[in-house]
Design a binder for this molecule. Structure first.
Ligand code: NAP
Length: 252
C-alpha cells in the first residue's frame, strides 16, 4: 500500500483497454484515492466503478485537458472532496498516422493541444497545491516516437508533441525540485491499447513487432508499473528523468 492517504489524478483514464485505466487501477490497488479524468465521462465512470469493485475510492471527472476551465474546475472539485493532490499522471493523448505534407495546421494544433498543452495546463494547475504540501509527483506519458522520430502510427506532429513533453518535464523538474516535487516521464513503445483505432489481429501484431528485441506488444500494466515507481515516495531523488518501456525497440 505505497500510496495510502495519497490522491492521484490520471488524465485520459477512461479508455476501456487504455494505459490510463491500468495506471488508475494500479494506484487504487495500492491505496490511493484516484481521480479518473477523461473527456469521455462514461468511460471514466466505468473505470471508477471497477475501482469501487476492488474496494478502492475514486472520483470520475469529465475533463478536456485542453480546457483551462475544465482543469481549474477539476482541481477545485478534488480539493473540496479530498483536500490534497499528491500525484498527477499526464496520460491523455491522441495520435494521427499522417505524413507532414498531408498534415493541416488544424491537425498540428489538435495533436499539440491534447498531448503537450494539456500536460502544461494540468501540471500548472496542481503545482500550487503540491508546493503547499511540499510534496508532489508528476509523471508524463511521452512516447518512443518523441525520442526516435516518427513511429508506426504517429505523424511528425505527434513526435514533436511527445518530444516537447520530455523537454517540458526537464525544465519544470528544475523549477519545483526544491519544493519536494519531482517531474518525470515514461516513453512507451508499442502498447496493446485502442489508440490506433482498436487492437490489431494477432498476425498483424506479429508482423509489427518482429524487429522488436522483446517480440510482442507491451501491456498497459507494464507501463503502469513504471509510472507507479516514479510516483512513489521511494523515487524522491529521481527527477527530470525518463524511462523507456519499449521492449528494446529504441535504446539510448
Ligand atoms: P487510449 O486508449 O486512446 O486512451 C487515451 C484516452 O485519452 C482516451 O480515453 C481518450 O478519450 C482520452 N482523451 C483524448 N483526448 C482527451 C482530452 N482532450 N482530454 C482528456 N482526455 C482525452 O490510448 P492509450 O494507448 O492508452 O494512450 C495513453 C497515453 O499513452 C497517450 O498519451 C499516448 O500518446 C501514450 N502512448 C501510447 C502508446 C501505445 O502504443 N498505445 C505508445 C506510446 C505512448 P477518447 O477515447 O474519448 O478520445
Amino acid at each position: 500500500m505505497r500510496f495510502s492517504n495519497q490522491v492521484a489524478i490520471v488524465t485520459g483514464a477512461g479508455s476501456a483497454r487504455g494505459i490510463g485505466r491500468s495506471i488508475a487501477l494500479a494506484f487504487a490497488k495500492e491505496g490511493a484515492r484516484v481521480v479518473v479524468a477523461d473527456v469521455n465521462l462514461d468511460g471514466a465512470k466505468a473505470v471508477s466503478e471497477e475501482i469501487a469493485q476492488l474496494g478502492g475510492k475514486s472520483l470520475a471527472v469529465k475533463l478536456d485537458v485542453t480546457s483551462e476551465e475544465d482543469v481549474a474546475a477539476m482541481v477545485d472539485q478534488i480539493l473540496a472532496e479530498f483536500g490534497r493532490i499528491d500525484i498527477l499522471v499526464n496520460n491523455a493523448g491522441i495520435t494521427q498516422p499522417i505524413k507532414v505534407l498531408d498534415t493541416t495546421a488544424e491537425d498540428w494544433d489538435r495533436i499539440m493541444a491534447v498531448n503537450l498543452k494539456g500536460t502544461f495546463l494540468c501540471s500548472r494547475a496542481v503545482i500550487p497545491t503540491m508546493i503547499k504540501q511540499q510534496y508532489g509527483r508528476i509523471v508524463n506519458i511521452s512516447s518512443v516516437s518523441g525520442k526516435r522520430g516518427g513511429g508506426v502510427f504517429g505523424g511528425a506532429h505527434y513526435s514533436a508533441a511527445k518530444a516537447g513533453v520530455l523537454g517540458f518535464a526537464k525544465a519544470l523538474a528544475r523549477e519545483v525540485a526544491a519544493d519536494g516535487i519531482t517531474v518525470n516521464s515514461v516513453a512507451p513503445g508499442l502498447i496493446a491499447t485502442d489508440i490506433r483505432g482498436g487492437l490489431e489481429p494477432e498476425d498483424v501484431q506479429k508482423e509489427m513487432t518482429k524487429d522488436i528485441p522483446v517480440p510482442r506488444l507491451g501491456t498497459p500494466e507494464e507501463v503502469a508499473a513504471a509510472v507507479l515507481f516514479l510516483a512513489s515516495p521511494e523515487a524522491a531523488y529521481i527527477t527530470g528523468e525518463e524511462i523507456d518501456i519499449n521492449g528494446g525497440s529504441h535504446m539510448d
